[in-house]
Design a protein around this ligand. Sequence first.
Ligand SMILES: [Zn+2]
Length: 256
Amino acid sequence: MNFFLTHISEGKCECSLLILPYYFNILLILCEEKAMLYINIHNHTKAKNDELSIENRYNNFEQITKEGRYSIDLHPWYISAFHWKNELRAMQQASRIPSVLAIGECGLDRQCSVSFTLQEEVFAAQVQWANAIGKPLIIHCVRAWDEVLSLLKKEKNSMPVVFHGYTKNAELAQRIIAAGYYLSFGKALQYQQAKSVIASVPADKILLETDDSAFSIDAIYKLAAQALLIDNNSLSLRIQKNAATFFGAAAFNYDN
Ligand SMILES: [Zn+2]
């Protein structure tokens, strides 16, 4: 208000200056209405009506369609020494469909019974493929952080990378961020450690997900907004920007 009074008193006032704030406010309201959009970057079920969700598939690649949004992979838990090369070929073929937005969750898991050497071979093949077709990577990592980070480096990965379902401490988070990668948070946000970690991460490196939890994506957004001390609309806008940077803006412009 002071700004306009100053200009009026200086004799510089023009009608456009007086009506500008009115239209600007309407614009802000419209932006905020549009802002409440939930992007769920890792989900094992079909998208709900109020979310843009990326559905994960680790098998049945022939069922991938042009509709929807998918990430596909050979998950470390289910690698078969006998079948993985055929499965990789099937995954590679399906991944060319534009509705497949990312490769993963792929990675390394020290808690599963599959040979770690075999996991590394299969993960390396998927990193190479993601780089060959120019799609980002969604990483599954359990107690193998050094190995995942060094494999990505060794393979000269240049695609965006997100570590999904992050539950570890702030120090490790900083190492991942320093490598240029993203962190995706889910149900762990109900706990204090994840709340402090998300608040310590640069806002442009955060993504959100439900994974296979019973939480809805709007509940995850609420937990994240509380932890970040921002309102839901600001968070929604932030995640839209992050997801567009990570997956490419075209990823969210399908009519489905
Ligand atoms: Zn998952």
